[in-house]
Design a protein. Structure first.
Length: 516
């Protein structure tokens, strides 16, 4: 039995996703992760940099994504926009026109697209204004339309031509992309659609829409040259709507040369025009004229921009900026990331507001007061260990090391677990058991340091007198991940990339497009 999920279902899902961002019970975070993609214990490959693999979607890999997460940032409603394909107006380009009946058996005249949303029926001009094409110069002599010569720049509420060239195009202004949205959401492939259509700057456009109002009639056949020349006004648009009328011009050759809508009426879902001697008394003869009434989308043009333009994609823009006081304490530097993802509703600690980190941290100190901690370096992406008691060893990978303040940030993927301890992963601790040690050993330069007895979230530098905020709270030298329940939340988006190094003055402007 043939079946099909419609585009409207996709648009509804996109709308629901945007709405859910504003729901306080639903929290989405963009995260960066996987600092060492050559590590095969957690799904890496030796050739990751030159042959980055496609993400894998299964339960095992979901855990790997959690294990190698570095830090995350909450997605706010200001970070989200529905988007559509970017179609720039270009002089001399022929565009499709809006048609409600494009399909595999009635393809778009210019692009040959089999659906409206795949056709090029709207444009963005050089001032970031968006217009829908209601007529592209289609006539019997130009069945595929004509090149557009006049850039639409007007903001009138009613459709009209854009200039004096007579290219035959009729445009309808929809909206202008705001400067802030240009920065955050305009790319070479996509442009944003406003949130909350019908409010603020888009209210007039929405209010001007009329359900079932006819804006365009296309001449598909001019007739058999036997029509009586003249101008015929108040010809009714028949169908299930009311009050629609057109004016028809018959040229000296006895053929229909133009049709203009004089009253678009309302409530049409189907319209026809009968132009023959039986329906127009002043016509003495003539047959064969075929006039196509183009029915607007439900509600009229401009009523529902998401349905009209097919916004079943959503762009998320997340900025990870080391120079932002709000963010920098959670975002590590001096290492790479090779994975971008989105996680939904992880169990985070109360300290997480806008940003957070999934890394654990150890505050270390020197075993010799005469030897500064800066003499010791823990190399990133190498293992560190602590014997916490006889037969029990905590193991992790170094994500970053702050040698000035003595803070090791680490991650503990399940691949580090050993079969001889039932695949348990032991935690680092100050409270060691019999046979345990406070030393943190590993591939280090200099002597190994030990877990300190520090408790707090800041410390005063004894040399400079400045107070350093660590952005996290330590209890006896240990600060856990801000994802309190390991593997909590659902990873709903994953993108693998070649490794990207992070430096102290760096900012990542991440744009993710979700297609529903």
């Amino acid at each position: 039995m043939p079946a099909h999920i419609t585009d409207q279902f996709r648009i509804i899902n996109a709308n629901n996703f945007v709405d859910s961002i504003q729901d306080s019970t639903k929290n989405y975070y963009t995260f960066l992760g996987f600092p060492d993609p050559t590590n095969t214990l957690v799904g890496g490959t030796a050739t990751w940099s030159t042959n980055t693999p496609n993400p894998i979607d299964n339960f095992k890999n979901q855990n790997d994504y959690h294990d190698t997460m570095l830090f995350f940032k909450k997605i706010a409603i200001t970070d989200v926009k529905r988007v559509i394909r970017r179609l720039d107006w270009t002089s001399g380009q022929t565009y499709d026109m809006y048609k409600p009946n494009i399909s595999s058996s009635n393809v778009a005249s210019v692009t040959g697209s089999t659906s409206l949303y795949e056709s090029n029926f709207y444009v963005m001009n050089s001032d970031f204004r968006v217009y829908i094409c209601l007529q592209n110069g289609t006539t019997p002599d130009n069945p595929n339309g004509k090149p557009s010569l006049d850039e639409p720049i007007f903001t009138d509420l009613q459709p009209r031509s854009a200039g004096p060239s007579g290219d035959g195009y009729i445009w309808k202004y929809l909206y202008t992309i705001t400067p802030s949205d240009i920065i955050k959401f305009v790319t070479s492939q996509f442009i944003p659609v406003p949130n909350d259509w019908g409010s603020l700057d888009t209210e007039e456009v929405k209010n001007a829409s009329i359900d079932g109002k006819i804006e365009t009639v296309v001449i598909k056949n001019k007739g058999n040259s036997d029509y009586t020349p003249g101008v015929y006004t108040n010809i009714p648009i028949l169908g299930d709507g009311n009050d629609g009328k057109v004016s028809i011009v018959v040229n000296a050759s006895g053929q229909v040369s133009s049709v203009s809508v004089t009253n678009g009426g309302r409530n049409y879902t189907k319209g026809i025009i009968n132009f023959d001697q039986f329906n127009v008394s002043t016509l003495s003869s003539g047959t064969g004229a075929d006039l196509e009434v183009v029915v607007p989308p439900k509600g009229g043009h401009g009523q529902n921009i998401y349905r009209e333009l097919g916004s079943f994609r959503v762009m998320i823009n997340s900025v990870f900026d080391n120079n932002s006081a709000e963010n920098s304490l959670d975002f590590i530097t001096g290492n790479n990331f090779s994975r971008i993802g989105i996680i939904y509703n992880p169990d985070t600690s109360d300290s997480v507001t806008n940003t957070g980190t999934s890394l654990g941290a150890i505050k270390v100190e020197s075993t010799d007061s005469n030897v500064p901690i800066s003499n010791t370096i823990y190399t990133t992406n190498t293992q560190i260990k602590q014997t916490i008691s006889t037969g029990n060893t905590a193991t992790a990978y170094v994500a970053s090391y702050d040698s000035t303040n003595g803070i090791i940030k680490y991650y503990q993927p399940v691949g580090l677990a050993r079969s001889d301890v039932a695949f348990d992963i032991d935690e680092f601790t100050f409270d060691i058991g019999t046979g345990g040690s406070l030393l943190i050993t590993g591939e280090t330069t200099g002597s190994s340091l030990r877990v300190s007895n520090f408790t707090g979230s800041s410390e005063t530098n004894v040399i400079t007198g400045e107070t350093v905020d660590f952005g996290r709270t330590f209890t006896r030298g240990i600060s856990p991940s801000e994802i309190e329940t390991k593997y909590s939340g659902d990873v709903i988006y994953i993108e693998n990339r070649a490794p990207v190094p992070r430096s102290p003055n760096q900012k990542e402007d991440i744009k993710i497009v979700l297609e529903f």
